[in-house]
Design a binder for this molecule. Structure first.
Ligand SMILES: *Cc1c(COP(=O)(O)O)cnc(C)c1O
Length: 498
């Protein structure tokens, strides 16, 4: 069963948690108990392919789905050639202790595909179990990658509609092109004047408004969420950390039972939280290394226990991490406070009132036992892309580079040579201009898609087929609205009166 981080009296099934997205009290759904993974079970997973591993791990969390349902969801998401690697999330050796897990072989070339390809399958089955034949309405706030991955996952899925809001100046040219050219009869895309937090706060407000909920209900519709607050996104992310471990055992890099570290470029705290769940299940993990860009609110929090979003917001070359409110942190606070819903509610209301809160000393102590945190700015990010390419012949994107840099500093400072999986969250060709300027600034010229060819020629790394030819596609969505107009945009898209 699942409960809310802000109200322990809530008890829902996994299907209800996924169909509803967020709890009525504003809290996030969390499993009442974290399932365990024994070394024997882990050993069995080593012999399986990605899909087999996914069915087993998801089955532990989504116990109200049948094995057949999960098998169908998993093969619908990761089968049929949708991922350009037959390992789905392959692990590549970078140096003596660093391994890169490439999470971007899906249709939109970002790690969001790992969860958003399977979410529509989980969600439509969850809705069938809970809300009958109501139409599911998905609202997404995106800093770039979620939006496209959600649109691609939900396009033309029967009985669903999806509307994506993105900050007009907060996404890369390629990300924007991907979204505004999206095909599908049930999709909408809208730019917001503001930053990602404005888009996310707007979506959260609409999502939790009782008036809007009533309006939708009267029209045979119900909201659900494809943002990383939905448990149906988090659970599939737990799978790949376990899969990475199995791959390292398979490759002979570690023995079953050896510890690994995990380094994750972090924004909303979803991806790294999935690694935390994997560790809590019993996966042998030592440190979780949380890497941030110049928006380093998490670096400070994980080091001193004060979350303070009252600071400058920076637009960086790793835009999917330009976030000052990391929503999924709420789940970690719930677990570390021993399931204290009152305490979590208190922190969250302080955050919304004053923009900050400080956790108790015992929570900070538990955080420090598991997490190490660091950050780097755009210059360091570019220098890292350049040196990783020059020294190791590996081309990484701007987000991955933040994690590589922060991991490198951790490794030196702590003298920790534990094999470490670095989550690589996007193809370098999603952020071509920045990556090219890191490799050879003299070549930066022209449109983003023209530079992709140049980057290809310069490095010999092929641009993923998913990203080529976008410039020739029809632009279907061009509206830019004020954040106060978001309600209207939703009603419009749904064809209902507000
Ligand atoms: C979303 C995203 C991140 C941040 O992931 P969170 O789960 O929000 O922490 C990092 N890199 C890329 C490329 C992303 O799209």
């Amino acid at each position: 069963m699942y409960t809310s981080t802000r109200d322990n009296s809530v008890k829902v099934t996994a299907a209800q948690a996924i169909a509803n997205g967020i709890s009525k009290d504003g809290g996030l759904f969390v499993p009442t108990e974290i399932p365990t993974l024994t070394l024997d079970e882990l050993n069995e997973l080593v012999g399986m392919d990605y899909q087999g591993r996914a069915v087993k791990v998801l089955g532990k969390y989504l116990s109200d789905f049948t094995a057949q349902e999960l098998t169908d969801c998993v093969s619908g998401a990761y089968g049929g050639g949708k991922f350009s690697s037959d390992k789905t999330a392959p692990v590549v050796k970078l140096d003596e202790s660093a391994y890169i897990q490439e999470l971007w072989h899906g249709p939109t070339c970002a790690f969001k595909d790992m969860a958003l390809q399977i979410l529509p399958h989980l969600l439509t089955r969850a809705a069938g179990k809970t809300v009958g034949d109501k139409q599911i309405v998905i609202l997404v706030a995106t800093s770039g990658d979620t939006g496209k991955a959600a649109l691609e996952g939900f396009k033309d899925v029967p009985n669903t509609k999806i509307l994506v809001f993105y900050p007009s100046d907060g996404v890369s040219v390629m990300q924007k092109l991907q979204m505004v050219t999206q095909e599908g009869g049930n999709v909408g895309v809208c730019a917001i004047k503001g930053n990602f937090d404005d888009a996310q706060s707007g979506v959260k407000a609409i999502f939790t408004s009782p008036d809007v909920a009533k309006l939708l209900e009267d029209n045979g519709m119900q909201f659900s969420s494809a943002n990383s607050i939905n448990w149906g996104r988090l659970a599939p992310q737990i799978v790949y950390y376990i899969s990475a471990y199995c791959d390292l055992v398979e490759q002979g890099a570690i023995k079953l039972g050896d510890k690994i570290n995990v380094a994750v470029p972090t924004g909303n705290f979803g991806n790294i939280l999935a690694a935390y769940y994997a560790k809590e299940m019993g996966l042998p993990v030592g440190k979780l290394i949380c890497a941030s860009n110049a928006n380093n609110v998490l670096t400070d929090f994980l080091s001193n226990g004060t979350y303070d979003r009252n600071r400058n917001f920076f637009t960086t070359i790793s835009p999917s991490m330009d976030i000052l409110i990391s929503s999924n942190l709420e789940r970690l606070l719930y677990i570390l406070s021993g399931g204290d819903d009152k305490k979590v509610s208190g922190y969250m209301s302080e955050l919304s009132k004053n923009g900050k809160y400080t956790v108790d000393a015992d929570i900070l102590e538990k955080i420090k036992a598991v997490f190490s945190a660091g950050c780097c700015d755009d210059e360091q990010t570019k220098a890292t892309i350049g040196s990783v390419y020059a020294d190791k012949k590996y081309l990484c994107d701007t987000h991955t580079a933040v994690a590589v840099k922060v991991y490198d500093e951790y490794r030196k400072a702590a003298g920790d040579s534990t094999p470490t999986v670095i989550a690589s969250t996007a193809s370098p060709f999603k952020f071509t201009a920045s990556v090219l300027s890191a490799i050879n600034p003299a070549l930066v010229e022209g449109e983003e898609y023209e530079m992709a060819k140049v980057l290809e020629d310069e490095t010999g790394v092929p641009c993923p087929a998913q990203l080529t030819g976008l410039e020739n596609k029809e632009i279907r969505f061009s509206s830019v609205i004020d954040k106060t107009e978001m309600y209207g945009a939703v009603y419009n898209m749904l064809g209902i009166e507000g």
